[in-house]
Design a binder for this molecule. Sequence first.
Ligand code: KIV
Length: 272
Amino acid sequence: MSIHKSEIKKVTTHQLQSMKERGEKISMLTAYDYSMASLIDGAGVDIILVGDSASNVMAGHETTLPITLDQMIYHASAVVRAVKRAFVVVDIPFGSYQGNSSEALRSAIRIMKESGAHSVKMEGGTEIKESIIRVLSAGVPVMGHLGLTPQSIYKFGTYAVRAQEKEEADQLIDDARLLEECGCYAIVLEKIPASLAAKVAQEVKIPVIGIGAGLHVDGQVLVMHDMLGITKEFQPRFLRQYADLGTSIHNAVTQYVSDIKAKDFPNEKESY
Ligand code: KIV
């Protein structure tokens, strides 16, 4: 038997935990395909999320609900093939774990076996407790997701900030404690007041990763297409745009079309 040892030290759940303990912030970004995953892994992101936001940014759906388990596995396996260092987490999509804990386990196992990813993410707290425990019992690391959980968008009716009232904030804190007790290795908090997110990050010992949850959490996540300026129509307050690839791509393609029309491409050097 030959053992292939990679020179690159891979990120693990233990490392993520130590990062929280020593106060080093965790970076997390979405990816859905080989080329982009390779670029962001090479740039040093700690966690790559194969998010069900693929339903919006890759497939053009209005919500995350339509994406299927097979489609998530397709995206995840492409990402895993690219990644050398980052820890890869995959969303279990809507309708693939809410039914019961056996369905949750089956979906998690399919993701792990067929994509080679390192963990799964599930939206919700006490209402999916049994499923989380069942998935964890099979040795699959689980990342929780509380606050604005897009798979429940039709229950919320809006993408507004969650947990602004005391009752919902108290429930969120209880859910975060529950996720920690169950054995989740991390929790994503989406679009909640910064003061509440800071409280959760202090209350629980596991890493808390925020998106629209302020600075005082253990790490940050964004949807890659949003932060690179590819999806221009989505401009929430929490989004910092680090590039304007939308404009760069538009300009490059406009130039390409114009060169073809002008019979300027290909030139002699570009021909055989
Ligand atoms: O699917 C996704 O991209 C997510 C992030 C917004 C956290 O769940």
